[in-house]
Ligand binder design. Structure first.
Ligand code: KIV
Ligand code: ZN
Length: 521
């Protein structure tokens, strides 16, 4: 290892596993492949592509991501049993560089679930890590809830995992309980005291329940960890995981006190953040560090004055460093396909010819309705997408009449599995009438748990992006759409969520599963 290698921090992205596990963040097969491609292109070292034993859908996604991988190591998750590990290997073995990640909960609370004594669990760790290592030469082991595991036991099981052949030891703060000073100390002590620790890479995996995930991950690096596990936009269960964009930019901007580096191409951060927000249905909060809409906005007079004189007055990084270009008027209805391609490319969006054709048609429709098409409009057009191939419900037309008393009537035409159907419904306002028409055409018991509208740009002709989250029998799905007409965007987002729910329902029906991480049999 050279001196510079010692300062290199490996980025392990788990958007497609820990991120996708977040209720409502389910992605389709095609979306998972797309995100994996973007992560690989951005320079992510290891992509945790899923949990292959969980379902045939997860297995197929991990195998296909493995087959398509270019530079990234492709990793799958497996609980501490041979069946999980074998299935994981079956999926990741196609990758140029595969990895098996196996884990077990080691804290007293987690040990109580399978009702194992410390010795029984230690044997299980030895057997399962050895088994994984016999299949693959790149094995990661995690003691889940490590930060609440007794020190002596944690040190003991880490040593066992290293002796059994683990090449990376990941120390998860599963419930987001630890604090930066403890995070650094724990890694430092493990490296100093566990025999064989200098032979492996230590990783940090932090959850954000107390808002300290980024600080804890960086502290762990200061303590000697050289792999950070993170997700795009900090996506993940509960308060999420460490945000990839935050740790990458923190190490870049503050290399004076954190002399570490990653191989991430930060100019791709903005685009991937938007794609993950769209496909997961989890919008990025406006004031989110690095990728939030306001992260580089300077509203107050004092700030604007300072910025005009010298951008460094209030800016510690340049917007273009993270792939953000200025929002300006880009094109109108006379702009051609080549101009659209070139503009999208400036925005970090590269499309295949057939995708460009589809976006071009929608761009022309938008330009007819909207005088000025801004960068953000184009981004919404591309990211909100249109119908996916597997969609069974497709909106054909919608006509809404609003009365002055609040009552509205919606007339809708939709195709369901290729058959055209029409409905007319009344409701309290246009959105209510529209959603009732959808339910009339496709009766369902899904509960609407989120309905959110955002204006993409300013002005009365601005496009609206709408997010709709539905819950039915424990399945959650989020749909999004953008249109200059808020009611049309609402209808499309609702139908989009229903389509996803149908995919999810079919998947669960096929697999008869919902495997729990706690089931370590
Ligand atoms: O948070 C956690 O402990 C995990 C493990 C499966 C690594 O995600
Ligand atoms: Zn986790």
């Amino acid at each position: 290892m050279t001196d510079t290698d010692k300062d290199r921090v490996v980025i392990f992205d788990t958007t497609l596993r820990d991120g996708e596990q977040s209720p409502g963040a389910t992605m389709t097969h095609a979306e998972k492949l797309e995100i994996a491609g973007l992560l690989d292109e951005m320079g992510v070292d290891i992509i945790e592509a899923g949990f292959p034993i969980a379902s045939d859908g997860d297995f197929n996604a991990v195998s296909e991501i493995a087959k398509n991988s270019q530079n990234s190591v492709i990793c799958g998750l497996a609980r501490a049993n041979f069946k999980d590990i074998d299935r994981c290997w079956e999926a990741v073995q196609h990758a140029k560089r595969p990895r098996i990640h196996t884990f077990i909960g080691t804290s007293p609370l987690h040990r109580a679930i399978p009702n194992l004594t410390q010795d029984e669990m230690a044997d299980k760790i030895h057997d399962t890590v050895s088994h994984a290592r016999n299949l693959c030469d790149n094995v990661q082991w995690s003691p889940m809830d490590a930060t609440r595991t007794e020190w002596d036991y944690l040190a003991r099981v880490v040593e066992i995992a290293i002796k059994a052949g683990a090449t990376t030891i990941n120390i998860p703060d599963t419930v987001g309980y630890t604090a930066p000073v403890e995070s650094a100390d724990l890694i430092r002590r493990l490296i100093e005291e566990v025999p064989g620790a200098d032979e492996v890479v230590f990783a940090t995996h932090c959850h954000n329940d107390l808002g300290m995930a980024t600080a804890n991950a960086l502290a762990a690096v200061a303590g000697g960890a050289r792999q950070i596990e993170c997700t795009i936009n900090g996506l993940g269960e509960r308060a999420g995981n460490t945000a990839l964009e935050e740790v990458v930019m923190a190490m870049k901007v503050r290399s004076d006190i954190m002399p570490f580096y990653t191989e991430i191409d930060a100019t791709k951060l903005m685009h991937i953040s938007r794609r993950v927000a769209t496909v997961s249905g989890f919008n990025v909060q406006f004031n989110k560090a690095i990728v939030g809409k306001n992260a580089f906005a300077h509203e107050s007079g004092i700030h604007q004055d300072g910025m005009l004189k010298n951008a460094e007055t209030f800016e510690i990084m340049r917007p273009e460093d993270v792939g953000l270009t200025e929002t300006n008027i880009v094109m109108g209805k006379h702009s051609g396909r080549a101009a659209l391609r070139s503009k999208l490319s400036d925005l970090g969006i590269e499309l295949a010819d057939n995708q460009l054709n589809d976006v071009f048609v929608r761009f022309k429709e938008l330009a007819d309705r909207k005088k000025e098409v801004f960068d953000d409009d184009l981004i919404a057009l591309v990211t909100a997408g249109e119908n996916a191939e597997e969609d069974r419900l497709i909106l054909k037309s919608l006509r809404v009449v609003c009365g002055t008393s609040g009552q509205a009537e919606a007339e809708m035409v939709m195709t369901i599995d290729g058959v055209e159907k029409t409905a007319a419904e009344q409701g309290d306002g246009p959105v209510d009438a529209t959603f009732k028409a959808v339910r009339e055409l496709h009766p369902n018991t899904a509960h609407l748990s989120l309905y959110q509208v955002h204006a993409v740009t300013e002005g009365t002709d601005a496009q609206a992006t709408v997010s709709v989250r539905l819950e039915e029998d424990g399945n959650i799905a989020t749909g999004q759409s953008a249109d200059t007409d808020t009611v049309v965007a609402s209808a499309k987002a609702y139908i989009n969520a229903l389509n996803r729910l149908l995919v999810r329902r079919d998947k669960v029906g096929q697999d008869q599963r919902e495997i729990s991480y706690k089931d370590v049999s």
